[in-house]
Design a protein around this ligand. Structure first.
Ligand SMILES: Cc1ncc(COP(=O)(O)O)c(C=O)c1O
Length: 417
């Protein structure tokens, strides 16, 4: 019996949710910047027998017997990540991006130490010092942001802030910053104030791996990344560093903050790194950026205000107050027509994070389905029309039909491959 028939027979409730989810990801146009569709191979290995094995410790030095096969998988993941990113040392065990950052802080700092990060409401991540996150509770954070006029990081201002605050660590990298990050400038600042530089490239690691964004490797002291965003791998994260930090980082991941690694995810990371080493992955990442630029330009032409005036990467931030809406309203309207985006604070937002003045649109997932510039123009038109006719249910129904027929023209990796 295949997977779906046995699921249907043995657990009808989960089967029903699974069927609905499969339909949703086929029918909807997914523009969440942090989501992607990994390959069927990655998904299959994630759901495989590799998940059974307890393998606390590291390859060749485990606390359990029977690790010889998962050792092979972990060694391959490490070897391939080193090749992909050209780095000295990699830890492939972090369960998530937040845990990767936690391992870096706890491995290299003491509670109460000062860290300078990017403001959450201007593009930073929860694990970069939010007061409701462990990072903001355990460490003393201060923040840099973007300039009000340009909505871009001004490195001179970051330097001034670093000189005043004297952090032990500076975190660069973001969740909602559409522009290139100058890691070399950040390193100069860190060197001047004698701070360790952590680059969190969770969002852009696929672009870095393919040379389409400047790399943080061998520039920042430590780089963390999730593996499931532009990198198109399984859920999880990695930490890359100079060999001088290797022991502290490895000890911090295990036994510091994690127990048994998810060997299924590690094997799937190895597969994803192999996929990312192929020339087709560079073509894919190139298309992600091209799609993002086309979306940004066409939305601008349709009267939306694009934060920072454009994009250099996989995401576009839009000020939707320029169209008389809040981010929450636009998220809800677009969901009605089958377009999935997320509301997002924009720099110096006067609305709360639950409402927001902006939306974040990302192209990795639609690019994985094979969409190109032509489809980006159609999508921006659909977004524009849905907002224009937000009060008109009949029109919205028509827009939904158009969005659905567009989505159905494209394959869904993980289902159709
Ligand atoms: C910059 C950045 N760092 C870390 C993370 C955390 O990743 P996770 O959700 O796997 O904990 C994210 C997630 O969106 C992110 O954008």
């Amino acid at each position: 019996m295949n997977f779906k028939s046995s699921l249907k027979k043995l657990d009808a409730q989960i089967f029903s949710a699974f069927e609905e989810e499969e339909k949703r990801i086929r029918d909807e146009i997914i523009l969440i910047a942090s989501e992607n569709y990994p390959s069927r191979l990655v998904l299959n290995v994630t759901g495989s027998i590799f998940s059974n094995k307890y393998a606390e410790g590291y390859s060749g030095k485990r606390y359990y017997a029977g690790c010889e096969n998962v050792d092979v998988a972990e060694n391959l993941a490490i070897e391939r990540a080193k090749k992909l990113f050209n780095c000295d040392h990699v830890n492939v065990q972090p369960h998530s991006g937040t845990q990767a950052n936690m391992a870096v802080y706890s491995g290299l700092l003491k509670p109460g130490d000062k860290i300078l990060g990017m403001r959450l409401d201007q593009g930073g991540h929860l694990s970069h010092g939010s007061s409701v996150n462990f990072s903001g509770k355990l460490y003393e954070f201060d923040y840099y942001g973007v300039e009000p006029e340009t909505e871009i990081i001004d490195y001179e201002r970051v330097f001034q802030k670093a000189e005043e605050f004297k952090p032990k660590m500076i975190v660069c990298g973001a969740s909602a910053y559409p522009r290139s990050i100058n890691f070399k400038k950040f390193k100069e600042i860190a060197r001047e104030v004698n701070a360790i530089l952590l680059a969190d490239v969770a969002h852009i690691s696929g672009l870095i791996a393919t040379g389409l964004h400047p790399s943080s490797i061998n520039v920042a002291d430590i780089t963390t990344s999730t593996t499931h965003k532009t990198l198109r791998g399984p859920r999880g994260a990695i930490i890359m560093c100079d060999s001088k930090f290797a022991t502290s980082i490895d000890r911090s991941v295990f036994p510091g903050i994690q127990g048994g690694p998810f060997m299924n995810n590690i094997a799937a990371k190895a597969i994803a790194f192999n996929e990312a080493l192929k020339p087709e992955f560079t073509t894919y990442c190139y298309q992600i950026i091209l799609n993002s630029k086309v979306l940004s330009n066409s939305l601008k032409e349709l009267g939306f205000r694009v934060i920072s005036g454009g994009t250099d990467n996989h995401l576009v931030l839009i000020d939707v107050t320029s169209r008389g809406c809040t981010g929450l309203e636009v998220e809800t309207i677009l969901k009605k027509v089958g377009i999935i985006i997320n509301k997002n604070s924009i720099p110096y937002d006067e609305l709360s994070p639950r409402v927001t003045s902006g939306i974040r649109i990302g192209t990795p997932a639609v690019t994985s389905r094979g969409m190109k510039e032509k489809e980006m123009l159609l999508i921006s038109e659909l977004i524009h029309e849905a907002i224009k006719f937000k009060e008109n249910d009949k029109k919205l129904e028509k827009i939904k039909e158009k969005a659905l027929s567009l989505a159905l023209e494209f394959h869904v990796p993980g289902i159709d491959d």
